[in-house]
Design a protein around this ligand. Structure first.
Ligand SMILES: [Zn+2]
Length: 465
């Protein structure tokens, strides 16, 4: 296996190829042995021939944050990886759903690939497009596996409007911020000088897979539940938005097999051991104005402990889903049958689909955590999953004070039973405090600003004596 160091010592446009000798040998074999009339039964069937299409590109990206070490090698060098995007991408990069914006377009190389030098504007453009694309693909796959029709539109796509989302890798110069903005149909990522760095070090939020996936998560949830971004909604509705951004990053990580294998190595297959999956991006979290990093998914917060600050309350939901993931993975592990990485990959894929369907089926306005919890229980039963799945879901949400269980948690969950929220944590009447959220949640357009108009109206009525 190549180490990170050896990858980094190669030119960035390096693509492994066989030796001259081996290619010569193959060509010779081909000339001496493969000649002759085509054999009928070796021809591809007609259906396969019709599937000929332009292949997607290879891309070079940071597959995690620059602060993360490679769990397989222990190297603290960033995870710079080549990935293959399976569908066609034009120069830009652009496709039907995502348009790179605000930077000179990047052209493919002679292999049809986007391999740019890290640290350049063109690398950042490719990085930001790619992570947005991977995040959207992951959501669509999880829903499609669960039988939900695809593709997932953006919030403004309706009727004949098929406009893509614009992605600005360097959209907020000298700004410690990143956001999704519905009114301008875009994601924007900031860059800034790291405070106290000497020599001055510029931090680019677009280089963090977590941040790009988090903001893409806001865009996707806004498409699925357009009333949930409003700052007038209950604090838990805001919490669902912030949490989904983080969960979108977690489940995107778990959709990349190389990263899943790294997590297995790092944790020895116990997701409650320390892992970059749960605890990430200290540097970038601070950059977004938070005191505790971008997230700590493997936390023990209960609703009664977090107040009304939306980012804090989001971690209660994120923590519950993370615990359910760890429970399902531990339950499904079967090392005599399957590699742990495959089991974790499959468990995460199922749970993400379950979560997405539950978010879609929750109330269009004023949704709170208990709504999503009840939907998850219903779908797990409808999917004929073992009762343990429902027990994990019920117990984790109960421990977080999201639901109250009238029966002991040691008993099996009964199909169809709907839970209530505990009285003291139902969260329906609290006002959202968005002071520690990402840029999306702070944009004016999601706040009720009608009082400003009221002021104008009052002014118009005012008559000078
Ligand atoms: Zn956010």
């Amino acid at each position: 296996m190549e180490t990170q160091e050896s990858i980094l010592s190669l030119p960035v446009n390096f693509v492994p190829t066989p030796t001259q000798e081996y290619r010569g040998y193959r060509k010779e074999k081909h000339l001496t042995e493969a000649a002759g009339a085509p054999v009928e039964h070796l021809q591809p069937p007609a259906e396969l021939k019709r599937q000929a299409f332009l292949p997607g590109p290879r891309v070079l990206i940071y597959e995690q944050d620059s602060t993360v070490m490679d769990p397989a090698t222990g190297s603290t060098t960033v995870l710079l990886k080549k990935k293959f995007l399976p569908s066609f991408v034009s120069d830009g990069p652009n496709d039907n759903r995502i348009a790179s914006a605000g930077m000179p377009p990047v052209s493919k190389n002679s292999f049809g690939d986007f391999i740019q030098t890290p640290g350049t504007d063109s690398f950042d453009t490719v990085q930001t497009f790619t992570v947005t694309r991977m995040a959207l693909t992951n959501v669509q796959r999880a829903l499609k596996s669960a039988g939900v029709a695809n593709p997932i539109p953006w919030q403004w796509n309706a009727g004949s409007n098929t406009e893509p989302i614009s992605v600005f890798a360097h959209g907020l110069p000298n700004t410690m911020n990143a956001f999704y903005q519905r009114s301008s149909k875009c994601l924007k990522f900031g860059d800034f000088i790291k405070p106290g760095s000497s020599p001055a070090q510029r931090i680019f939020t677009c280089r963090s897979l977590d941040i790009v996936a988090h903001e893409t998560g806001h865009a996707i949830l806004d498409a699925l539940q357009p009333n949930w971004l409003s700052a007038s909604a209950p604090v838990q509705t805001g919490g669902l938005h912030e949490s989904f951004g983080d969960l979108n990053a977690i489940f995107l990580t778990l959709s990349q097999m190389d990263l899943v294998e790294g997590i297995i190595v790092q944790t020895k297959s116990n997701l409650h051991n320390k892992t970059f999956l749960a605890d990430l991006a200290e540097e970038f979290g601070l950059a977004l104005g938070r005191t505790n990093g971008l997230r700590n998914a493997d936390n023990d917060f209960k609703l009664s402990e977090v107040g009304t600050e939306v980012h804090a309350i989001s971690q209660v939901f994120t923590g519950a889903i993370y615990d359910i993931l760890a429970d399902i993975f531990a339950f499904e592990r079967n090392i005599s049958l399957k590699d742990d990485a495959q089991t974790l990959f499959d468990s995460a894929h199922y749970l993400f689909g379950l979560l997405l369907r539950s978010l879609i089926e929750s109330p269009a306005t004023n949704a709170v955590y208990v709504d999503v919890a009840n939907q998850m229980l219903s779908f797990a039963a409808a999917d004929n999953k073992p009762v343990q799945y429902r027990n994990f879901i019920r117990n984790r949400f109960a421990l977080r004070e999201i639901i109250v269980s009238p029966t002991p948690l040691t008993e099996d969950h009964k199909v169809g039973f709907k839970f209530e929220a505990p009285q003291h944590t139902n969260g329906k009447h609290h006002v959202q405090d968005r002071s520690r959220c990402c840029g999306t949640m702070k944009l004016e357009e999601y706040f009720d600003m009608s009082y400003l108009q009221d002021e104008i109206n009052e002014l118009k009525k005012f008559k000078k004596k």
